[in-house]
Design a protein around this ligand. Structure first.
Ligand SMILES: [Zn+2]
Length: 536
């Protein structure tokens, strides 16, 4: 797609400031530095680092970043306007902004008269002076200014004339950007369009000074992305948002959705094509750093964003991806997945087999055996959509090439629970054979599953040293409802990983330990299989 300068947009990321306001999200200085550098690689031109005047951690963040600066992004410090009737030069928080040593500063100020009189408890005139003075002070110290008009849309709806005066004050004081904020997230796209157009019309009348318009939206009405798009289509040139939509309450506009919509659907230019196809990876990297599980169903970057499950969908997508995909997943660094489930037809099984490098034919009896076996197991409570490693083992078995790395003969687990004692220990003994050699091994763990896992590894590591790089990362148990007259069953999911990959195995049994054992054993077996495929 060709772009011209009128289609150039400036992205502004506030994951490190607004994003960290999300409930349950906290980051260290080290985390913030890693995220900033990752966003820089992604090609985001403005990265808001934090509010050094309000947060000592942010003071240190800017100091650390000074030692190891970003390659191309501008790091931005954030601050409020000066307090009522104070002098800008006397404000400690503005001194902290200067000390942060950034080229760009974002100042937020009040647009809504209600917030001025009841929040700040000052006059409407004084608020205008606070906006002007603060911007002028920072400009006189060589800073370039972005003005965030807080509660802009709500303020405009209540008192349009005053709200516009605040923007005029910021413009005349020298702000290069006026960012209209839907702070409470309650505005709808048609209102955004109308109000942004009004601002453009008013700007023509302000004669001196000309600022560009930006947008900052929140997701309380599930409209953050739609409102940002509406503003851009009405002429806004800066778009603020956060990675994965993190932010206070329901979050901010999600850059992971905004960027591909702007770039792939509307033809605007935001980041390079080679950067756009790092988007999925960057989204997951950041969710790892902030230690929040990624949203599997997130548009564009979620694991399920291009997953096909219904049999008709799968065969159609195999013939032509356009049938059920709105964009090519590779454009955003994601990938198509064929989901295996009870509803699957043969075409899903064939497509899935292909992703594991197994070529099967529709007429081939092995494909039918796999489908048959899968349906039997799903009837028992297995769910292969989440446990692709177990499904792969099932396929290898059906086509007669499941490699036997070890043979399991049995296990025992002893648990020692003492009332009132928080610490409990378990001891597992297992019997297995490798290449005809019998092995009996025992190990302790803080629970039965970790003891089993430890005993298995101990037994196998001499034969397969790569097991030392495997790690059991998640263990989930669900009790499946028993039908009348039958006892309940337990479904266990085990997630494992090595240095490069993660995989999930599944087992179902009336006995929780038997199910856990099988899932752990298959987890190790699949890890060994990956290793041998890599080598072979
Ligand atoms: Zn915000």
């Amino acid at each position: 797609m060709t772009t011209n300068s009128s289609l150039q947009l400036w992205l502004y990321d506030t994951t490190l400031r607004d994003g960290t306001q999300r409930e349950g999200l906290s980051v260290s200085i080290e985390d913030k530095l890693r995220i900033a550098h990752r966003l820089d690689e992604l090609g985001i031109p403005f990265i808001e680092g934090g509010w050094p005047g309000a947060n000592p951690k942010d003071v240190q963040f800017f100091a650390e970043l000074d030692k190891n600066p970003l390659k191309s992004a501008e790091i931005v410090a954030f601050c409020s306007t000066r307090r009522p009737h104070a002098k800008a030069e006397d404000e400690a928080m503005l001194q902290a902004i200067l000390a942060a040593n950034t080229r760009w500063v974002t100042i937020f100020g009040k647009s809504w008269d209600l917030h001025v009189t009841t929040g700040l408890k000052t006059s409407l005139e004084e608020n205008l002076a606070m906006v002007s003075d603060t911007i002028e002070f920072l400009r006189n110290h060589g800073r370039r200014l972005i003005y965030d008009a807080e509660h802009w849309f709500d303020g405009y709806k209540q008192n349009p004339d005053y709200a516009l005066q605040t923007l005029k004050a910021a413009t005349l004081a020298g702000a290069e950007w006026l960012v209209l904020c839907d702070t409470n997230g309650g505005t709808l796209p048609h209102e955004v369009t109308e109000i942004v157009q009004t601002v453009f019309n008013q700007q023509q009348e302000w004669k001196s000074g000309f600022s560009q318009i930006g947008i900052h939206t929140h997701n309380d009405s599930d409209m953050a992305v739609a409102n940002a798009l509406a503003s851009v289509m009405a002429g806004a040139k800066m778009v603020q948002g956060t990675m994965n939509g993190y932010g206070e309450r329901c979050g901010n506009a999600n850059l992971c959705s905004l960027i591909p919509n702007l770039q792939l659907k509307l033809g605007y230019s935001c980041i390079g094509e080679h950067q756009l196809n790092q988007l999925t990876e960057a989204s997951r990297f950041i969710s790892e750093i902030v230690n929040l599980a990624p949203d599997e169903h997130a548009p564009f970057v979620g694991r399920s964003a291009f997953a096909h499950k219904g049999g008709i969908h799968v065969s159609a997508v195999e013939r032509n991806p356009l049938t059920y995909e709105h964009i090519q997943p590779e454009k955003v660094g994601n990938q198509r997945r064929i989901v295996i489930s009870e509803q699957s037809g043969l075409s899903n099984v064939l497509a899935k087999a292909r992703t594991f490098g197994i070529e099967l034919d529709k007429e081939n009896s092995q494909a039918k055996i796999i489908l048959q076996r899968m349906k039997e197991l799903e009837n028992e409570g297995y769910q292969f959509e989440v446990a692709e490693a177990s499904f792969a083992l099932l396929m290898y078995e059906a086509i007669g090439c499941r490699q036997e790395f070890f043979e399991v003969h049995g296990f025992q687990v002893h648990c020692n629970l003492v009332a009132g004692d928080e610490t409990s220990s378990s001891l597992a003994t297992i019997k297995l054979a490798v290449n005809g050699q019998n092995i009996l091994e025992a190990a302790e763990g803080n629970g039965p599953v970790s003891a089993l896992d430890a005993a298995l590894r101990k037994a196998l590591v001499n034969f397969y040293p790569q097991i030392a790089t495997f790690e059991l990362t998640d263990y989930k148990v669900r009790i499946l409802d028993g039908h009348t007259g039958t006892s309940a069953k337990t479904r266990v999911l085990v997630e494992s990983r090595n240095n490069q990959q993660r995989w999930t195995t599944i087992a179902v049994s009336p006995n929780i330990l038997a199910a856990s054992y099988q899932a752990v054993v298959e987890g190790l077996e699949y890890g060994l299989l990956l290793y041998s495929q890599e080598k072979g």
